[in-house]
Write a protein that binds this ligand. Sequence first.
Ligand SMILES: *Cc1c(COP(=O)(O)O)cnc(C)c1O
Length: 385
Amino acid sequence: MNKNYIGYRPTWAEINLSNLAHNFQQIKKLVSPGVKVMACVKADAYGHGLIKVARKLAFCKVDFFGVASVDEGISLRQAGLKQPILIMGLLLKKYIHPVFEYHLTPAVCDEDLAFALNRKARLLGVPINAHIKVDTGMGRIGVLYKDSEEFIKRIHKLKFINIEGVFTHFPFAGQDRGFTLRQINLFDSLIRRLKSQGINIPLRHTANSMGIIGYKNSHFNMIRPGLALYGLYPAKYDVGTAQCAVPTFMTKINLKPVLSLKTRIIFVKKVPVGFGVSYGHTYVTKKKTIIVTLPIGYGDGYPRNLSNQAPVLIKGRHFKVCGNICMDQIMVDVGNLPVKAGDEVVLIGSQGKSRISVEELAGLAGTISYEIVCGLGSRVPRLYQ
Ligand SMILES: *Cc1c(COP(=O)(O)O)cnc(C)c1O
């Protein structure tokens, strides 16, 4: 595995691409045959590495990629990926040319952008595929639901825009089942009304990971998993019970985490009682002990508000970060554990029988799993297995 160059600082993330493939298959098992999968690989594939992840998914026969920006789409094309790519975010009118140059599929929810795309496509003599984004309750982007039918009918008249898809997004599939079911109904009713007027949109999609797992009728004929592909559960982690509050309606799904975060002890010291550790001395030893220093910090995206909280694994046992997390270093009180510089430490992942999950860290840091993995910095090399 260690063929990739990771530099001289022993801090790295391991990305298990077999687990990614496993999760992809698990997700496919939840949906009817024929339902397409758009893998969401925005934000550097949630911090896992855009190109490596996309290549593995292409090997697994993914149908579509979903990214946030044109630039992410261009990166995929430059790496040779041939699948259709939906830009799920919006673009400015003056920046539409790369969409044509790189065969990207824009999301459309305003008429000005649609006109600009139509004009450019006419000049080139080739219609462009677009997906219409409808706001059924997310309140972010999308044509407002009440205007959506008329909007789509107007776009449908533009000769050089081919409405290949229509989609919407769920703001709280994990919390409010009634609200989400109403969104699904609204979307379904829009599609029926359009159909009755002869407008058949080939791809209809609503489901993020929580939608896929919890709402069978949200699948339509394409799903958009992100988080679940990376083996993370789209549910709130409860620090009190140390469990993901998986809503009871969630279908059972067996996901395997893809990312592990590891480092090595860089310094060991024996200290007396009353010894202050790190900025602000928020940790002072209560007895004679051993403190180790690890070369990772908030400069790598290891959240500072995990100070005095985050668990780490050394020799298969749980210890806790002590003192404030610094930009490049953290300390751990290991008691009387015999350790030496160079010993491996797991910050996310398994060691022996012990495990630290992204969900657990997110819960402790008062955030969501998404932010933990997306936040891992470029200073942390990714090693692929
Ligand atoms: C990121 C994203 C998804 C994937 O969401 P997950 O919760 O990670 O599965 C789906 N749809 C849109 C529009 C997104 O931006």
